[in-house]
Each structure stands twice: as structure tokens, then as C-alpha cells.
Design a protein around this ligand. Sequence first.
Ligand SMILES: [Zn+2]
Ligand SMILES: [Zn+2]
Length: 382
Amino acid sequence: MRPCSTVMHLLLRCMRGCCRRSRMPRSLRRPLSYIKLIFKSLYFNSLTNSEVVFDSMLEPVFWMVEIVTRWFGMVFVFLVVALTSSVIFIAYYCLLPLVLQTYSPGWIMWHICYGHWIIVMIAFHYYKATSTPPGYPPKMKTDVPFVSVCKKCIIPKPARSHHCGICKTCILKMDHHCPWLNNCVGHYNHRYFFSFCLFLTLGCMYCSISGRNLFIDAYNAIDHFRHMEAEKQGVPVTGIGLLIGIAPSEGVAGKVLQEVSQPPYTNKDRMFHKSIIYMWVLTSTVSVALGALTLWHALLITRGETSIERHINHKETKRLAKRGKVYRNPFSYGKLNNWKVFFGVEKRSHWLTRIFLPSGHTPYGDGLTWDIYPLKKDMMPV
Ligand SMILES: [Zn+2]
Ligand SMILES: [Zn+2]
């Protein structure tokens, strides 16, 4: 804190000096007075520490990110739809005919059932995640217990609610604002978001594993024909060339004839191979990146916390540890119960019908009030 305070004190003195010595143009006076106000509010504040100063300095960056995310929200959604559709199209056009020609009836059945189930699950959960509002605290006066007041909305904030700078409102059980959904992930659409990530990862892994041999063949074919074309530079390879006497004779001519006898590498072949390479690279990359994100969210769900609460709980754990106390997340009901609450599993059959089939059931609770552990241990006795 001491070096930080010294730096800020020096900056304030410099700014004061600048203002006194030079006659500042009117257009610059207002921004400068704002900057001075920010420095003063940070300097003459007993709660200021290096973290607050660092956050304040990063505020313009956050502001820019918020503006970009808000303006390009629909572009991200279009990208998700376009990329997913292109992979589905290639799977139908390139993979499916090969599966039908080469696999046994049992494997064909499995590929058709699994592939279509994954497509339905991805489309359903993406549509629900983007179109379902995450849940908002009431704007009017109610009896709902609240933990603080939002400084931006000027409304009471129930437990687990947070303000989203992009949506410009408070969100119930806010996890994060997802640009790929152009929507906040909160109480009412958290399950759809997680299921979408899970099934998209499974779908990409399926395409990546099923298409790995095709990818190797396509890559080798493109590489082979690229080398062949490079060697053919300046050498006529057609029969007409030989007839009019411009082709070299003897050994070279024999080689040329051999090349001519190979089937031609048409634009259709080239497009087919490039599509396979595009699909494999895209699905493999997404499998790794989205797989890691899905695992991270699965860990958070197991612990009964959101992405925002992860940071808050981490800080609280460290703060209480210094005092020799152990912090316990009040919204965690035990590993298995957390999953039951998250997916809304109320009886055994729900493990199948509410997770592995499209289900539009509402989440547990209203997102305004929360059962606190250990008041109600067995929330859903399955
Ligand atoms: Zn708010
Ligand atoms: Zn938001």
C-alpha cells in the first residue's frame, strides 16, 4: 500500500502543478477534472488498496470489452450456427455415405442414432440457452430477503445475484455473460448452457474420432497431388502433347504416360478433401477447448458454486484461514445433491429423461431465496 500511496500522491501533485502552470484548453479541462476526481476518490479513501487501484485502472478495458460484446453479440451467435451447420453438412455429405458403404448394419444403426441424438441435443439446448431469460430480481418493493443493494440498478439484490454490465441489469444466480449465446447465464438457463457445452463437446469428439482416418487420407491426397503438380511444371502430360511432338521421349515420356493413367484430381475431389480437413481441425480444436471449459463448469457444479462465486469463495476461504477458521460454501448441499439440484432430478427416471433427453423443466427454486446448508440436507431424496 505504501508505494502505491506514494505514487498516487506524486501523480496528484503533478496534476495540480500542470493545471496551475499552463492555461488548459476548455475541451481538456473536463476530462482532466474527471481524472483528478478519480485519483482523489482513490487517494482519500481508507478502503483503497493496490487491488482497488488495479481494478480502477482496468475499468476502461472492461468497458471496451462490454461494448464489443454487446455490439457483436449477434455475430457470435451467427458464427456458432454457421460453424455447427457446416460441420453437420460435411458429416452428411462426406461421412455418412462412407459409413453406409463400409460399416456393418449394427454400426450403421449406432452411427445414425448417436449422430442424430447429438444434433437434436445440441440444437435444443442452444436454442433454450439463448432464448430463456436468466432471471431478474423484482424491480418493485417485495418481501424477498436481500443481501445488498445494486449500485447501478438501485434495487435490492437477493443472494447469489450479480449485476451484468453488458445486459445492464442484475441477474439471479449469475454465472457469467456468454458472448456465444448473446445472453447471460443465470438461474433459469444455467442447465441449458452446461448441457449445450457438454453435448457440443461430445459431438465434436465424435466427428474428430470418426473422421481421423479420412483426415489422414485427405491430407496425404492433397499433399501428394500438390507435389505431383509441382513436378509437372512445364511438362505436357496429355496425349495431344505427345502427338504433336512437344513431350520428351524415352524414359520421361514413360513417366508422363504413367501419370496420365492415374485418375484425374478434380475440383470436386479437392473440395471433398479440404472439407474433411476443415471439419477435423475445427472439431478437434473445439473438443479440446470446450472440453476443458465443460470440465471446469462440472467442477463448479460439483462444488455448488457459480463462476463468480468461485472467486468470492476463494477470497473468503483465504481471509478466514488467516483467522484460523474454515469457510464453508452455504449453497453447497453435498456433491451428489448439487448435481440433483442442478439438473432438477427428483426421481430415478429423471437421470435419463432430464439429462439425456431434451427437457424444458424449470430449475429448483425461484432463484430469489436459497436453502442454506445444513438446514435441509436431503433436498431431493433419490
Ligand atoms: Zn444491477
Ligand atoms: Zn449479461
